[in-house]
Design a protein around this ligand. Structure first.
Ligand code: PLP
Length: 316
């Protein structure tokens, strides 16, 4: 396997992020629940995209880019964090977001305004239209540009979460389960591949907050990432575990998600968001109630950020 530290990478995060036990929730759920605080990662309002951007923006620099495009939903945490990280590097970020959803100057839109970010909204449901528009705009600007896919979820971006599992293993507490939200697949892919390498006895579950076919998307990212790492391993689609927690739709609050947000807020003084982490933690609670975890199990939940969305997405 290729040593991760030999790949180009830019340090945006403050690592290792803290990891601690949720005493009250562990008591309520009858198992040991821990949390990995990537919400405290040290850029913007925190969040998982920073780990991916360390590799993606390093690649942009290596390729001589001056302009960086990315995309996502109107309240994309990923797009906001891309702008934050690109600005710090002196690259010019341009966001082309889907028009559907909350485009009012709330949440991540407000943060983008504070950073003076160039944001365009496109009235389409297809990311392919948006990637074409990036090429059109990039050619018109006439500078070398770099396109980051939705969520930063390609093989290179997912290496941020392969490295996160290395970091978790080095923090010394063994885990029976790792649980994360799955919105474009890169985080789950990185964690699942990282677990194969650094924590082979640990079960990884991705909580699907969107309706895309993650049963294919996520293992495909893992295979590409394994190639980048020159790793010779077989990845079967059905060896990658998911649970559907999407509820009424992507970025539409769910009852289970809202309950999970309230439980975490009331008992632990921590805040989850309605789009990703609330629904994902709702899935963890459901698994606990179904008896999926024993009293001696240690279950690690990734707090992947999302604070921007908490102030923008309707929770009713
Ligand atoms: C993007 C995001 C996720 C999902 O990660 P993917 O790699 O896109 O699957 C989870 N939580 C938050 C807060 C996010 O912004």
């Amino acid at each position: 396997m290729r040593d991760l530290s030999t790949l180009p990478r830019i340090g945006f995060g403050l690592f290792p992020t803290p990891l601690h036990k949720l005493q009250n929730i562990s008591h309520l759920l009858g198992t040991n629940v821990w949390i990995k605080r990537d919400d405290l990662i040290g850029m913007g309002l925190g969040g998982n995209k920073v780990r991916k951007l360390e590799f993606l923006l390093a690649d942009a620099k290596v390729r001589g880019a001056e302009v960086v495009f990315t995309t996502g939903g109107a309240q994309s945490n990923h797009a906001m964090l891309t702008a934050a990280c690109a600005n710090r590097l002196g690259l010019r970020p341009i966001l082309i977001l889907k028009k559907r959803g909350v485009t009012a100057c709330k949440g991540n839109q407000l943060l983008e305004k504070l950073m003076g970010t160039e944001v365009h909204f496109m009235d389409t449901d297809s990311y392919d239209d948006i990637y074409e528009e990036m090429d059109r705009m990039g050619r018109a600007i006439g500078k070398t540009y770099y396109k980051i896919p939705c969520g930063g979820s390609n093989a290179l971006g997912s290496l941020g979460y392969v490295d996160c599992v290395r970091e978790i293993a080095a923090q010394g507490q063994p885990f029976t389960h790792l649980i994360c939200a799955e919105g474009s697949g890169g985080t789950h892919a990185g964690i699942a591949l990282g677990a194969r390498i650094f924590m082979p006895d640990t079960t990884v579950v991705g909580m699907k907050v969107d309706t895309d076919p993650f049963e294919e998307i996520t293992p495909a990212i893992m295979r590409e990432a394994a190639k980048l790492l020159e790793l010779d391993i077989e990845i079967e689609n059905d060896g990658v575990l998911h649970r559907d927690v999407c509820g009424p739709g992507y970025a539409v609050a769910s009852k289970e998600g809202n309950e999970a947000i309230a439980l975490m807020a009331k008992h632990e003084g921590l805040f989850l968001d309605p789009v990703y982490t609330g629904k994902a933690f709702g899935g963890l609670i459901a698994m606990a109630r179904e008896g999926a975890f024993g009293p001696d199990d240690n279950v690690l939940f990734l707090h992947s950020g999302g604070a921007g969305g908490l102030f923008a997405v309707d929770m009713d």
